[in-house]
Structure formats: structure tokens, C-alpha cells
Design a protein around this ligand. Structure first.
Ligand SMILES: [Zn+2]
Length: 213
């Protein structure tokens, strides 16, 4: 009964507010949030970063998508971004040797948001590139304060010791693609990388949707 009610509500909502593209406002047949044309136009990141790949330039459109994904309960945007990033990376990633590992959230933050945006980005990347996703390899053992108000030095100190490793069947010879939504100073992925390295996962690099400066 509740399910039927929800379907009815979403039907009425679609009639009153037909789904439209988040970026260009074009009406869409389906609730896909962003139209294929806008996705294709997302500019690639032109800056060479040290030690990680950021797929897209952090322009206004991408900023809006990331904001909706993280703060406005739109998990589907993570999948959409992951798939589009996968299409752009198809030629440089070898699925046979790679494993996608999302940067985990602490369970308190996960409970609050209801999902980990990096998990969803991995799901999109994994389905597009045909790469397995291991959501258990890394775990968050400590809840740190949000990085957003900290400078580079504070960020590094704030992430020390926050990750641990779970025993899983991912072979240590695999290339671990450490995935996060955005990278700022890189201190979070650097810390996660050093935990991987200390436990014998020597091949890894960080992959993010964008770099925020
Ligand atoms: Zn559009």
C-alpha cells in the first residue's frame, strides 16, 4: 500500500514538475537528472596533477552535480558521473588488472547521508569499464572532523590513522584505483594510499571526478 502511494506521489510530481536536466533545464523523458548532451560537454580536466587523475574540470556544471550528489540526496548522480568518467577513461585503464576501491565514509557520516558517494561513482565506473569494485578493502576506523574548513597542514594531520584494511580476496598484484568524488589537497587519498602500501598493495593511484582548488 505504501509502495503504491509512493508511486502515485512520484507520478503526480512528474506531472507537476516534469523531470528536467539539472544543467540546461531541458525536459527529460526519464528522471536521469542530466541530459546526454550536457554530460558529453563536461570538460576534461586539463591540469596534470601529481599522483592522481581527476577526470573533469571543476566548472559550474560539475560543481552543481557534486553538490546535489553530496548534499541534496541525489545518489543517482554518482552513478551518472561514474559512467561518464568511465567512458572518458576507457582507453587508459586495463580492466583485467584493476580493482576500484571507494574511499570509505565513517559510519556516522554514512548513516547521515544514507550512501557513500564514492561507492556510487565506483558502481558507475565499474559497470562502464567492466572492473570489479571492492567496497570492503578499505575501512574508516576513525571519524575525523570535516576537511572543508582546514588548510593543507590541518588536513594532513586530520586524516592520520583514519583508515584500516579488511581482509578480502583482492590480489595484491592488482592495480588499486582509489576513488573519491573530489580531491582537494590529496591528503585523504594519500593517507588511504599509505595504508594500502603498508599492507602490501603497492600498485595504486587515486582517481577523482574533479580536483577542487
Ligand atoms: Zn542538459
Amino acid at each position: 500500500m505504501i509502495k503504491l502511494f509512493k508511486i502515485l506521489i512520484s507520478y503526480i510530481a512528474d506531472l507537476l514538475f516534469p523531470p528536467s536536466c539539472l544543467l540546461c533545464g531541458e525536459y527529460l523523458d526519464d528522471s536521469i537528472y542530466v541530459c546526454p548532451d550536457c554530460l558529453k560537454k563536461l570538460p576534461l580536466n586539463r591540469n596534470e596533477s601529481k599522483g592522481h587523475i581527476s577526470v573533469f574540470d571543476y566548472d559550474d556544471g560539475l560543481r552543481l552535480m557534486i553538490h546535489e550528489l553530496k548534499y541534496n540526496q541525489r545518489p543517482e548522480i554518482g552513478i551518472i558521473l561514474g559512467k561518464e568518467a568511465g567512458r572518458r577513461l576507457a582507453e587508459i585503464i586495463d580492466p583485467a588488472v584493476s580493482v576500484l576501491v571507494p574511499v570509505p565514509l565513517h559510519k556516522k557520516r554514512l548513516r547521515k547521508r544514507g550512501y557513500n558517494q564514492a561507492d556510487l561513482i565506483c558502481d558507475g565506473l565499474g559497470s562502464e569499464l567492466n572492473i570489479p569494485v571492492n567496497k570492503c578493502l578499505l575501512k574508516r576506523v576513525k571519524n575525523n572532523v570535516s576537511q572543508t574548513t582546514l588548510n593543507a597542514e590541518g588536513r594532513s594531520a586530520n586524516v592520520k590513522g583514519i583508515f584500516g584494511i579488511n581482509k578480502t580476496d583482492t590480489d595484491r598484484s592488482k592495480l588499486i584505483l582509489l576513488v573519491d568524488d573530489v580531491i582537494t589537497t590529496g591528503s585523504t587519498t594519500k593517507e588511504a594510499g599509505s595504508v594500502l602500501k603498508n599492507t602490501g598493495y603497492l600498485n595504486y593511484f587515486a582517481l577523482s571526478i574533479a580536483t577542487v582548488k
